[in-house]
Design a protein around this ligand. Structure first.
Ligand SMILES: C[S@@+](CC[C@H](N)C(=O)[O-])C[C@H]1O[C@@H](n2cnc3c(N)ncnc32)[C@H](O)[C@@H]1O
Length: 297
């Protein structure tokens, strides 16, 4: 890990940040409602599935050797680790997250992996945060959680050097429309129920399909967009990932007084779903992941 960050790259202990103009927007500290040990594990599994797309997308967006990178909403650090590999030893990566528990795990992982060109710290792009400017700013599955996405995107832009790029990845659950083929009604119902709970908790399940509009509303030009649909059969990683999603979401929903299946009910449904999937060789479709990037001039 890096302790002293190059001023051109990441954290600056109170120097040029004072001169940075912040957009006049909300100063409220963001909290991540899904935050838990289970969520940290879920993020690692999810990251494994999203890695090939993320790597291709970031390379296509221009992330390359020697750059300074900011990963906003880094979670347990997976996009940051990928970026650190891509920028090589002459580049630097800073991952920030509003949740201290996420950052602690990311730091432990950086230490275990002995990654030298990476640093993690808590942060939410709020006014007064000492971050500096970067060649490239990215954020995967973080904008959808923001109460004001345009405000958030403007903050992201405020951290990019002139001539640098921003690149966001978000899910667009409506881009697929078919969850199982042949159909397993119990699974389709679980997905629909989850999407509705996610929306009730205040998250945007469709942002991936509206990134072009979001960029326009933030005063940017038209981004380059690309997408990948996650699919898999009865024994696929996608199905294990799906179960983790349901478990985590339902626990969070119940804690907040919302109606959702408990662990026993979910396990019973899941056993039936797996049986039906194996019997009919069902193909599952998960979320579509969409990437959008643009150069900031
Ligand atoms: C779904 S996770 C994605 C984590 C990571 N980007 C990945 O793809 O593995 C969203 C993360 O964004 C963080 N987060 C949400 N809003 C944030 C904000 N305004 N500033 C910083 N972090 C934020 C959450 O704490 C959480 O760790």
């Amino acid at each position: 890990m890096i302790d002293n960050v190059d001023p051109q790259v990441g954290t600056l202990p109170g120097s040029i940040q004072a001169m940075e103009a912040e957009p006049p927007v909300s100063t409220e500290k963001m909290r991540y409602v899904l935050e838990s040990e289970k969520e940290r594990r879920r993020l690692e599994v999810q990251a494994g599935m999203l890695e090939p797309f993320t790597k291709r997308f970031l390379a296509g967006a221009g992330l390359s050797n020697g750059m300074s990178i900011l990963d906003v909403g880094t979670g347990v650090g997976d996009v940051a680790f990928l970026a650190a590999e891509m920028v090589g030893p002459t580049g630097r990566v800073l991952g920030i997250d509003c949740e201290g528990g996420m950052i602690k795990r990311a730091q432990q992982r950086a230490h275990a992996k002995q990654v030298e060109n990476i640093q993690f710290q808590t942060g939410s792009l709020l006014p007064g945060e000492q971050l500096g400017k970067f060649d490239f700013v990215t954020g995967r599955l973080v904008t959808a959680f923001q109460p004001d996405q345009v405000d958030f995107l403007r903050r992201v832009v405020s951290r990019v050097k002139v001539g640098g790029s921003i690149a966001l990845i978000e899910a667009g659950w409506n881009l697929c429309g078919t969850w199982t083929n042949p159909t397993i009604p119990a699974y389709d119902e679980l997905i629909e129920r989850s999407l509705s709970l996610i929306e009730t908790l205040g998250f945007d399940t469709q942002l991936g399909s509206r990134l072009t509009q979001l960029f326009a509303h933030a005063g940017l030009g038209e981004p380059s967009v690309t997408a990948e649909l996650l699919v898999g059969g009865p024994d696929s990683e996608l199905l294990d990932y799906s179960l983790l999603n349901f478990e985590n979401l339902f626990i969070t929903a119940r804690k907040r007084g919302l109606e959702a299946p408990d662990e026993t009910a979910l396990n019973l449904m899941w056993a039936e779903i797996r049986k039906a999937a194996t019997a009919s060789h069902v193909q599952f479709s998960g979320p579509c992941v969409v990437g959008a990037f643009i150069k900031i001039n």
